[in-house]
Design a protein around this ligand. Structure first.
Ligand code: URA
Length: 239
């Protein structure tokens, strides 16, 4: 991990949800902050984030530069940080995982379910969304009419959908036992893309769920509406 020199009050407020810079200074004044076992005298003291051990009120505060959260998004929530009308996915983040600067990396429609990555890491989000990085997303789709054999080649050739957008080659897979369901694999995320692709084939998506981003599967034990903090090794599977 890259080591970073940081003021102790900044460290505490960036790592502990609900603790402002002012609160962090007050904790230092009350001798409630230790660095490597010694009481911090001044809140402008610098520490090496990721190396020094910080304790606040007896609790260890490990350094995490960024946070990565897997959300199993339910229908009815929009993927944005603010919305005047509808509830947003941010409302599903439990307080212990919430951080300033958190946002959904990539969008699902309000009526789409499944895997949404929430993070405060703008660089990862940017890399993940660039089509040239080929971060494949897997969806499960249920359609109004049966999935036809010829859809496979239509998806593979790169479809032109309404509005003139041309899709990158994509894959489709049948779901055994359900002729109206399929898995769709995309390397990009245009607006309503899966729905528009099936519309072009005179079919209609009636249910859509994202199951995987890159090589990281939506945890099947994660209930709808629940969040899971990801480990570094999981995040690496995304890119
Ligand atoms: N394609 C869609 O049509 N909707 C989504 O939410 C994601 C992909």
């Amino acid at each position: 991990m890259k080591l970073e020199l940081m003021r102790i009050d900044k460290y505490i407020s960036s790592q502990l949800n609900g603790v402002s810079r002012k609160d962090a200074k007050a904790l230092c004044r009350k001798n409630e902050v230790l660095v490597n076992g010694s009481v911090v005298k001044n809140s402008d003291e610098k520490i090496v984030a990721g190396k020094d051990t910080v304790t606040v009120q007896g609790e260890n505060v490990p350094y995490k530069k960024h946070i990565y959260i897997m959300l199993n998004k339910p229908q009815g929530y929009v993927c944005s940080t603010k919305d005047g009308k509808s509830p947003t996915v941010m409302e599903l983040v439990p307080p212990e995982l919430y951080r300033d600067g958190l946002f959904p990396a990539g969008r699902l429609d309000k009526d789409t379910e499944g895997f949404v990555l929430l993070t405060d890491d703008g660089e990862l989000s940017h890399r993940m969304l660039l089509p040239k990085n080929h971060v494949e997303k897997k969806y499960y789709a249920e359609l109004e009419y049966p999935v036809e054999e010829y859809y496979i080649s239509e998806f593979e050739k790169g479809m032109q959908i309404d509005g003139g957008d041309v899709c990158l080659p994509a894959r489709i897979e049948f779901v055994p036992g359900n002729e109206k369901a399929c898995y769709v694999y995309l390397n990009e995320g245009m607006y309503h893309q899966v729905k528009r692709m099936f519309e072009k084939l005179s079919n209609k998506v009636v249910f859509l769920k994202r199951l995987r981003i890159g090589r990281l599967d939506l945890d099947e034990n994660l209930a709808s509406g629940e969040c899971l903090e990801l480990l570094h090794k999981d995040v690496e599977k995304i890119l």
